[in-house]
Write a protein that binds this ligand. Sequence first.
Ligand code: AMP
Ligand code: ZN
Length: 170
Amino acid sequence: MALRGLSADRLAQTENILKSDILTIREARIMSEPANCIFCKIVRGSIPAIKVHEDDDTLTFMDIQPASPGHALVIPKIHAANLMEIADADLSAATRAVQRVARAVRKALAPDGIRIVQTNGKAAGQTVFHYHVHIIPMQEGQKVGTHGRAPADPEELKALAARIRDALDD
Ligand code: AMP
Ligand code: ZN
């Protein structure tokens, strides 16, 4: 497409058309991601999740078996099994989301510390093979561990998600 010589208005119009085409392509990609991946199902909305934050490229939701209250997971919307497979742009977007949500967790829950955990491969403790980053609020003296043993009460998860969401900066 010859863009040189176009007026500023025409360029802005073309940019908007291209942006909307890119979004349509991303949506089509998301719909064609692995059918049996549980996190892809959450992205497509075919199974529920308690959402904290969403943008074009990432989704953050509460871990159903939290290691501590406020434990959230950040994922890219486009499927990638792990850190070695994820595309640069999705890694950057996910990392920015991790920082943003971690700041909100600090503001909302004031934990003593926050563990950021990311697993690659079964031997490393990975159980869901769609790249994800754990954000785990920690209290002084709390035993370090990634997984809770039991599913949390959904109402408690919803309340925590709302508190974290409210603390997200614009
Ligand atoms: P990992 O062991 O690093 O692969 O972590 C996977 C995490 O996903 C675990 O902490 C699980 O509790 C969590 N998890 C699995 N299924 C769901 C789900 N449907 N909704 C929210 N969290 C989930
Ligand atoms: Zn997936």
